[in-house]
Design a protein around this ligand. Sequence first.
Ligand code: PSU
Ligand code: MN
Length: 302
Amino acid sequence: MDRYLDIAPEVKQALDAGKPVVALESTIISHGMPYPQNVETALNVERIIRENGAVPATCAVIGGRLKAGLSKDEIGHLGKKGYDVPKASRRDLPVLVARGGDGATTVTTTMMIAAMAGIRVFATGGIGGVHRGAETTMDISADLEELAQTPVMVICAGAKSILDLGLTLEYLETKGVPVLGYGTEELPAFYTRRSGFKVDYRVDTPEELAAVYRAQREMGYSGGLLVTNPIPEQYSMDKAVIDRAIAQALDEAKAQGVRGKQTTPFLLAKIKDITGGDSLDSNIQLVYNNAKLAAQVAAALC
Ligand code: PSU
Ligand code: MN
């Protein structure tokens, strides 16, 4: 794997010295937010991780190289090119690497790169899951399979209700992925703190999260952990507003026959259009909140 992987010098040094490192994804940069807020947010996330005592490793594919840790210029490049950078899930990596292409890593491929580099904690916004209507479309995010097989702790704000959250939890249960609520018994729904679904366990401290991760490793599990961290109260959105936007986005996706890997980016962009700046602001704040917790957990693991 090392033949294909570049670990940034600062990240490599931290890993060798047993210091805390936090992985970050790049689909959120190229596909999740508009320019220039995407670049600004990505750089702020790195700063927050540093302020909390860890080294950030934003992951991507650049010129066919798997990257754990990007320069400011590389982050700027991914942000400016936006949708022109292909969204890279597990099935895309071999092609991008062979062709020397660029790719924005999803939760799946960021977990893969983190595991190759030896990074244990990864912060993001929301994960993919089982889509509504998956009983006929079979649209289930590769993120769930990756959580089942790759030993990385993913810290997110839950999942958007563009997904079927109940089926997503069922799938994770089948795959043996622990779903932990940080300071909550309820699965957060990204823009809102509540979803009506229970998580498996409530966990209240970074040390406790570190202990669960350690136990999982020491018992020889192959898969990862999902930590769901609710958006801070002051940034959470009105449930009725966001539910209406999601319903409208789902209707438009259906009417336009959107499918496959375009589904999630299409729905995210529509929701952003419908709700205007509000949802973007919430989105940014919940990522900051996850970055901070991830740095604390990474420190607790060291
Ligand atoms: N959900 C969000 N924001 C995101 C994504 C999902 O609320 O940015 C991105 C992540 O990179 C995630 C990917 O890994 O979309 C899932 O895509 P798919 O559903 O096609 O597997
Ligand atoms: Mn899909």
